[in-house]
Write a protein that binds this ligand. Structure first.
Ligand SMILES: [Mn+2]
Length: 424
């Protein structure tokens, strides 16, 4: 995939600078009582899953402009995910989307082993129709007024569990596009009842060591109401289903300015936070690269996660969910993985004891300054050293470009068709 000798040559050119930067940061942190080695070890243990669908070029409601070397199917997508992990050492798992990635599970396992990856949560898809399916999801899926349509959507989710079991996944993420576009179009109450009833039937088919994640989204594709619109509805769903049900927070699925880190804290308190879909946004569900618009918000989310990391049974699925329209998806996903890891490391160097004392003394100014001090610390040398120590690239994007992967993929893979809209 990526020749090891290219990674080594690229790292050799950067090794001395990195060591100097790392030593300087280590000395600075040491004066604050922070051990850079421990932080580096934490960075090395941190992983975030790549969404298989993120390796292709996305689109908007208006158009999709494919790039060169687009993955033609799940085998190509797994190759791309393998490249990302080889270069970053931060993305050990892939999150699959069924039916887009539906092939013989034995082939998935074989390919995953070849590229050194495991599988995170499965994703079902009842927000679009597949060719040949008996009932349309135009007016809903798990919450549809028609029982046969609901049944079809339930069966699809159960099939996702079956496929996931065969490849070692342990969770199913359910996000539905169901909702309404006009006031009066649907009963807000009975539509939710139908959704809960369907989810209970999926929950009944969940293996003992599996979890089901309910993912809320404020709007889109439904523009007036969405069945699982907010974290309150998601929490109600998880609580009504049972202990194996938890909530998944997609950072882009909130109204502007919503305090997402507080939602995170509340869900952890309820024992119901299951994981994340990381991305970034300026206006809506923009699915931009993590940390590129509001890095401080990403840091504050991780600040809650680190503060509460010793909560019993806290087991989070960290996943990316992005759409790349104007960049090479592999480069965007590498950047995002590194930015998410950066927020985690920055949050890890918050002086928790000092922060708690400032809180206790109601010293708002110093409490805020404590967080900002961690956020403003440039932890790049730690991230780079974590990659170097795992045989990955000190500079993943530069190494990827030097390796010429995209040019090779462009000549080896058939050109993807351009076309109409379609948010991925
Ligand atoms: Mn998502």
């Amino acid at each position: 995939m990526i020749d090891k000798s290219i990674i080594e040559a690229q790292n050799d050119a950067r090794r001395a600078d990195l060591q100097a930067d790392y030593d300087a940061l280590g000395a600075r942190l040491s004066r604050r009582g922070v051990d850079i080695g421990a932080l580096t070890a934490r960075a090395m243990n941190f992983g975030v899953a790549i969404p298989s669908w993120g390796t292709g070029t996305g689109g908007t409601r208006f158009a999709r402009f494919p790039g060169g070397g687009e993955p033609a199917g799940i085998m190509d997508k797994l190759d791309d995910c393998g490249v990302i992990h080889v270069l970053t050492a931060a993305t050990p798992r892939v999150s699959l989307h069924i039916p887009w990635d539906k092939v013989d599970p034995a082939l998935l396992l074989e390919k995953a082993e070849e590229v050194g990856l495991g599988f995170d949560a499965m994703n079902s898809n009842t927000f679009q129709d597949q060719s040949g399916q008996a009932h349309s999801y135009k007016h809903g899926s798990l919450s549809h007024t028609d029982a046969a349509t609901r049944r079809q959507a339930i069966e699809h989710n159960l099939e996702c569990i079956d496929i996931g079991q065969a490849i070692g996944s342990k969770a199913l993420t359910v996000w539905i596009g169901d909702g309404s576009n006009f006031p009066g179009q649907t009963s807000l109450s009975r539509q939710f009842d139908r959704y809960l009833d369907s989810m209970k039937q999926i929950y009944a088919g969940l293996p003992d060591d599996w979890r089901i994640f309910s993912e809320h989204k404020i709007y889109e594709p439904a523009f007036y109401s969405t069945v699982v619109q907010d974290w309150g509805t998601s929490l109600m769903t998880a609580q009504e289903l049972g202990p194996k049900a938890q909530c998944l927070v997609d950072l882009g699925h909130h109204a502007p300015n919503v305090n997402i880190e507080m939602i995170v804290a509340r869900l952890i308190r309820a024992g119901k936070l299951g994981g994340f879909h990381f991305n970034d946004s300026k206006y809506g569900d923009d699915d931009l690269d993590a940390g590129t618009i509001e890095p401080f918000r990403l840091f504050l989310v991780f600040n809650e996660l680190v503060e509460l990391e010793d909560t019993p049974d806290l087991d989070l699925s960290h996943m990316i969910d992005q759409s790349h329209n104007v960049t090479d998806p592999i480069e965007s996903l590498m950047i995002s993985a590194c930015e998410i890891q950066r927020a985690f490391v920055q949050a890890s160097l918050v002086d928790r004891a000092a922060l708690e004392e400032f809180r206790q003394d109601n010293d708002a100014l110093m409490a805020a300054a404590t967080l900002r001090g961690a956020f403003r610390t440039d932890v790049e040398p730690i991230l780079r050293m974590a990659r170097l120590r795992q045989g990955a690239a000190i500079d993943p994007v530069a190494t990827y470009r030097a390796a010429g992967w995209r040019a090779r993929a462009t000549s080896a893979r058939p050109a993807a068709a351009a076309g109409g809209g379609g948010i991925v």
